[in-house]
Design a protein around this ligand. Structure first.
Ligand SMILES: NC(=O)c1ccc[n+]([C@@H]2O[C@H](COP(=O)([O-])OP(=O)(O)OC[C@H]3O[C@@H](n4cnc5c(N)ncnc54)[C@H](O)[C@@H]3O)[C@@H](O)[C@H]2O)c1
Length: 250
């Protein structure tokens, strides 16, 4: 049995949403573990704070991941080796039930949470397959495990993340690329989650107040994400792991 004391020395890992919350904690943890981190975020200011405050080999890329040109920039920066991809960037909806969905909300939530995740995964796979090695970790949500944690657009998007995770794991695990997801419960981050529907608030509000365990720290998610990225999880693929303080058990 090999003890992995330096889990990410010599590795390159892409982290989206690296400027805040779970992505920031993941990028920080990776940099502390000697990883070259390709840190992607739409906010230049947040990436500036990351590179100013965290020591290590961090390459910031200011980009909107829904933009195809951004994905090309990420891939040209990565070069010929990428060991991991942490698809963390995501946005919430306004707790809208189906009848109250605005097209713009639906389109943006699906574009960021699902389509961009697929496109970046699609771009990274050939590089990983060339080496027969890689680990992809998608950030899903408790909303991907039930119908009572968010509005319909976000719930739909996070169930799609689970499908993308399972299908990618099915096709590529035999060729050395693992794909897994974490499903967080509430985490103390900058994500915005306003109630934009009266019925949404009436219906979901009581569930969130009574059924949800405490709010996690982003570092608690980074711990699970980096474990899945690392060789410590070498026999884990196609798993959707609740990291939610026990909410999934309720
Ligand atoms: N915070 C929670 O309670 C919670 C719960 C379950 C799941 N999640 C999921 O965790 C992930 C991270 O969320 P967080 O809570 O850390 O949020 P956050 O808002 O603190 O961080 C998300 C980061 O992603 C960036 N981002 C958003 N859209 C982007 C885009 N199009 N291109 C590039 N960067 C973009 C933002 O600028 C931000 O810095 C999301 O996928 C979210 O759905 C969060």
């Amino acid at each position: 049995m090999t003890l992995h004391e330096h889990r990410f020395a010599g590795c390159t890992v892409i982290v989206t949403g690296a400027g805040s919350g779970i992505g920031l904690a993941t990028a920080t943890r990776l940099a502390m573990e000697e990883c070259r981190v390709i840190a992607v975020d739409v906010s230049a200011g947040r990436l500036h704070d990351l590179t100013s405050e965290v020591e290590g080999d961090i390459v910031p890329i200011t980009a909107d991941i829904t933009d195809d040109a951004s994905i090309a920039t990420v891939m040209s920066t990565v070069g010929e080796r990428v060991d991991g991809l942490a698809n963390v960037a995501g946005i919430m909806d306004g707790f809208e039930p189906t009848a109250d969905i605005a097209d713009a909300t639906w389109d943006r939530v699906l574009a960021v949470n699902v389509t961009a995740m697929m496109r970046l995964t699609r771009a990274v796979l050939p590089v990983m397959l060339e080496r027969g090695r890689g680990s992809i970790v998608n950030v899903g949500s408790e909303a991907g495990l039930r119908g009572s944690a968010a509005g319909t657009p976000y719930t739909t998007s996070k169930h799609a993340v689970n499908g993308l995770t399972l299908s990618t794991a099915f096709f590529y695990t035999p060729r050395g690329v693992r794909c897994n997801a974490v499903a967080p419960g509430p985490v103390a981050t900058n994500i915005e989650a306003p109630f934009r529907s009266e019925w949404g608030q009436t219906r979901i509000g009581p569930f969130l107040q009574t059924n949800v365990p405490g709010v996690a720290r982003p570092e608690q998610l980074a711990s699970a994400i980096t474990w899945l990225l690392s060789d410590d999880a070498s026999n884990v693929s196609g798993a959707i792991i609740p990291v939610d303080g026990g909410w999934a058990a309720i």
